[in-house]
Design a protein around this ligand. Structure first.
Ligand SMILES: NC(=O)c1ccc[n+]([C@@H]2O[C@H](COP(=O)([O-])OP(=O)(O)OC[C@H]3O[C@@H](n4cnc5c(N)ncnc54)[C@H](O)[C@@H]3O)[C@@H](O)[C@H]2O)c1
Ligand SMILES: [Zn+2]
Length: 394
């Protein structure tokens, strides 16, 4: 025993189980659909719960009677649901999560509605709204119950099923955020019908992302069904959404690092450049579009390292393009004052976000992964040139 610097250690170890159902349905807010009322009473508490609905303005605009339908639904199940206040319609899109003022607004709303810690926030919207509302709700009383109702492809196949929230701040994408698993996730395929084509297509990129690193068969399915996906084939899309969501859920549950304490983040394959591209475009490029470019670029690097076959790289790029996704953007060629590619700043931002040494996950081969700790700028420049040439072909 060191008497000069005594040390008494009380070891502490906790593990907190989280469980939440992820349900796929249609007609969620039909007055007779019992799902939402059942989910609110999932803990069998046998009492009414206060619910505040936060609705994405973009979804509300595309589906004009949506706010009324939700309000009518809530008043039709009085034994389970107590309405905390009128449906709050909030800005959707990346604007929803742009900095602290957006969150302040949501916090004020949640404060005004006097929600207790077992009250619910029903977040109905795209990934941006889910991120912002989820973030705010995770701060109030250290975490309200959140039921997510994702309304975009991206939100149903990725954002909605995960355990993270986040907002953009200080010019950095997702600079602020929390780990806050939802109480339940209720996906209604009917919402996808209302999406503009660009948002329908944009969400497909995450499916290619996760397939390339987790599921070779799914990758083949995606490449084969690309023309149908681009033509808004509902069955093809529903299959994609469920399989993509399942792969995300499996990884979060079984990947051994649900709250991302390690330095690798496989589900962020392609995201070091996509996040940077989103910021460089002032969010004119949608998340999914940027992801398509990011995974194509990193797949080029993977192919150069011999991790994936050239034919698979070509199939990925062709598959993305056949869905209507971009694989290149002129901003990739921007140079910083020192002459280096401006996109490279994304590497350091990405490293900071994960912590520790830079770790980039690449497909190796398709359906599997390998981590690298640097990317050769010359290979990257070559990849950008290659994708530019591909993008210019019909
Ligand atoms: N937390 C996570 O784990 C995670 C994972 C992936 C992506 N994200 C984030 O998700 C965001 C992207 O989400 P997104 O792709 O859903 O886009 P989005 O939320 O920005 O929505 C796109 C547009 O669609 C509108 N909209 C929403 N539902 C609609 C509907 N049914 N019909 C018509 N319009 C509708 C919105 O108002 C918005 O204008 C990004 O900020 C990204 O960083 C978060
Ligand atoms: Zn993503």
């Amino acid at each position: 025993m060191n008497t000069r610097f005594p040390r008494e250690i009380l070891e502490q170890r906790l593990s907190v189980p989280f469980d939440y159902p992820v349900v796929f349905t249609r007609g969620l807010f039909h007055p007779e659909h019992p799902l939402l009322a059942e989910v609110v009473d999932r803990e069998r508490e046998g009492r009414r719960h206060r619910i505040q609905v936060c609705l994405d303005a973009g979804a509300a605009q595309a589906i004009p009677d949506l706010a009324d339908r939700i309000a009518r639904y809530a008043s039709g199940w009085p034994q389970q649901i107590e309405i905390a206040g009128p449906v709050a319609t909030l800005a959707g899109g990346e604007q929803a999560k742009s900095g602290l003022p957006a969150v302040q607004h949501i916090l004020e709303l949640l404060h005004a509605r006097r929600l207790d810690r077992q009250s619910f926030v029903l977040a109905v919207g795209g990934g941006s709204l889910l991120d912002a509302v989820g973030f705010a709700a995770s701060l109030v009383h250290r975490g309200l119950r959140v039921i997510r109702v994702p309304t975009t492809v991206e939100a149903q196949n990725d954002v909605g099923v995960g355990v993270k929230t986040g907002i953009d701040a200080f010019g950095v994408k997702n600079f602020l955020g929390t780990f806050a698993p939802p109480f339940a996730v209720l996906n209604d395929f009917d919402f996808l019908d209302a999406l503009p084509l660009r948002d329908w297509i944009s969400g497909i990129a995450e499916a290619f992302k996760v397939a390339a690193i987790k599921d070779r068969t799914f990758f083949d399915v995606l490449c084969d069904s690309a023309p149908r996906l681009a033509a808004r084939d509902r069955r093809a899309m529903e299959g994609l959404v469920v399989r993509c969501a399942r792969l995300h859920l499996d990884h979060i549950r079984e990947g051994g690092d649900p709250f991302e304490m390690g330095t690798a983040r496989p589900l962020d394959y392609g995201h070091w450049s996509s996040h940077q591209l989103e910021v460089m475009s002032d969010y004119a490029i949608k998340h999914g579009e940027a992801v398509a470019i990011g995974i194509a670029l990193d797949a080029f690097v993977a192919q150069r390292l011999g991790f994936i076959a050239r034919v698979d790289f070509d199939r990925l790029v062709a598959g993305l393009r056949a869905c209507g996704l971009p694989v290149w953007d002129a901003r990739l060629e921007r140079r910083s004052a020192d002459g280096s590619l401006a996109i490279l700043e994304g590497l350091e931002r990405f490293r900071e976000h994960l912590g520790g040494p830079l770790t980039i996950t690449l497909p190796a081969p398709i359906g599997g992964t390998r981590n690298v700790h640097s990317i050769d700028p010359a290979v990257l420049a070559e990849g950008i040139g290659h994708l530019k040439a591909v993008a210019r072909t019909a």
